[in-house]
Design a binder for this molecule. Structure first.
Ligand code: 5AD
Ligand code: SF4
Length: 447
């Protein structure tokens, strides 16, 4: 049997893409392994969002070079966003790479290449060789496009479904429209079919994924995102559905109303990237909304979904960000009291408009802003979490935590640690919260 290992960097769209590749290889009689040392084939799914993400990939490939020296038959494939624009560099710098396929490249070419590689490895290992044409005829093309059940974690409770790909927004700091290309929404019929299949396989948590899910529009029926979400929520079965990411420019009250109407199924959790609390910086970022519009949307969420949690993304040190602009971001954070913030130092990226702008801050100043913001948020997250002490939360058990406890997730995306039997993994349980920290809750199982 051919063993493959997948290393995934970056966002959940990459997780879905890796999943699609994993499912494809499993159908081709390959086995997914969880250590590079056991692998005949390694696939690296790359992320280009920040300079650091790209650096991580080069150092990982440096480590793989040593492995490849010991095992010259090892095949290495690079896919994803960095592969979209650094194809030649990969081949030149890392001569041992077998194939590079970017996020924008034709997926059929990657499928064909994977088949060729696997067939040639099976031949050299004298394994039973399937017929390529029969194999292609039997494959569900949508699996490769939409993603699906996550086997990567050895559990199949989570299903990552790409409802769209690409982005048309061109935020001035962001490389994604260049690496993933223009926005394309997938057919709602195909999405719903895929989700039904995954529910039948035992999926408990469906992630609807897109760079901007709010601009989803079914190419066949014109169904919008709120309508798609409702159609998913109406499907039979005991499951949760979540979505990432929303965009304040396109978020509508309809989405919030659907979340409220189907709150047993649609998780009360909104990841709503703000990026900055200063209208001047939002404009320079080409985000196409104002702080006032964003605050109104937070009010919608708080009014219709009083139990929902809200997280956000913030970039500090965007070119032109003054002390006052940064202060405005801090004020908004203190006002909204997000449950969680993903915060980043601005990183100039190739192709983007912002990369041409003059940077007014030193790296130390940016680091200091990031530290101030994160310190404020730790206290807010802890205080928000403390409100749950004494409450009972329905949770989905994901896995064993490092300390031997079990790790579960609430609808509001809290990480919850509790003592329990391994058999509870992949099931819904009720947990009473006993104590809270900034990053997680600790509770006990209610039988
Ligand atoms: N520098 C820093 N952060 C960035 N992000 C996107 N591009 C950059 C960049 N060039 C952040 C945004 C986005 C998240 C996924 O990554 O906050 O919402
Ligand atoms: Fe990047 Fe903006 Fe598109 Fe998000 S919406 S992927 S930040 S360009």
């Amino acid at each position: 049997m051919i063993n493959f290992f997948i290393k995934t960097y970056g966002c959940q769209a990459n997780v879905a893409d890796s999943q699609a590749v994993a499912n494809f290889l499993v159908n081709l009689d390959c086995k997914q392994v969880y250590s590079e040392k056991l692998a005949d084939l390694i696939i690296i799914n790359t992320c280009a969002i920040r300079e650091k993400s790209e650096q991580k990939i080069y150092s990982y490939l440096g480590r793989l070079a040593k492995l490849q020296k010991r095992n010259s038959l090892l095949k290495i494939i690079v896919i994803g966003c960095v592969a979209s624009y650094k194809k030649k560099d990969f081949y030149v710098r890392f001569g041992f790479i077998t194939f590079v396929s970017g996020s924008r490249d034709d997926k059929n070419v990657l499928r064909d290449k994977l088949i060729d590689i696997v067939l040639s490895m099976q031949t050299s290992k004298s394994l039973l060789v399937p017929n390529k044409k029969d194999f292609l005829d039997n494959q569900d093309k949508n699996n490769f496009k939409l993603g699906g059940v996550r086997r990567e974690t050895r559990h199949s409770t989570q299903s990552f479904i790409n409802i769209m790909t690409g982005c048309n927004n061109f935020c001035t700091y962001c490389i994604v429209p260049f690496t993933r290309g223009s926005e394309i929404s997938y057919s709602s019929k195909e999405i719903l079919e895929k989700i039904k299949q995954d529910i039948a396989l035992g999926t408990k948590e469906i992630f609807l994924l897109g760079q901007n899910v709010n601009s989803y529009k079914c190419p066949e029926t014109n169904l919008n995102f709120a309508q798609l979400l409702e159609a998913v929520a109406k499907l039979e079965g005991d499951f949760w559905v979540r979505f990432v990411s929303s965009h304040p420019k396109d978020m509508t009250l309809d989405v919030i109303k659907v979340m409220a109407k189907y709150k047993e199924k649609v998780c009360g959790f909104v990841h709503h990237p703000l990026q900055s609390g200063s209208n001047k910086i939002l404009k320079a970022m080409n985000r196409s909304y104002t702080l006032e519009k964003y605050l109104k949307q937070v009010d919608w969420i708080r009014n219709y979904l009083p139990d929902a949690t809200i997280s956000t993304d913030i970039i500090v040190g965007f070119p032109g960000e003054t002390d006052q602009d940064f202060e405005q971001t801090l004020e908004v954070i203190k006002k909204i009291k997000f449950d969680n913030i993903f915060s980043f130092i601005y990183s100039p990226r190739k192709f983007t408009k912002a990369a041409m702008l003059k940077d007014n801050l030193s790296y130390e100043q940016k680091q200091s802003r990031l530290a101030i913001l994160q310190k404020i948020q730790v206290d807010i997250s802890r205080a928000n979490n403390e409100n749950y002490v004494g409450c009972i939360l329905k949770c989905l058990v994901e896995k064993e935590a490092v300390n031997g406890m079990l790790l579960a997730r609430s609808a509001g995306n809290h990480t919850i640690l509790f003592d329990g039997d391994l058999a509870k993994i992949d099931t819904f349980v009720n947990i009473k919260i006993n104590s809270a920290r900034a990053t997680n809750l600790i509770g006990s199982l209610i039988e």
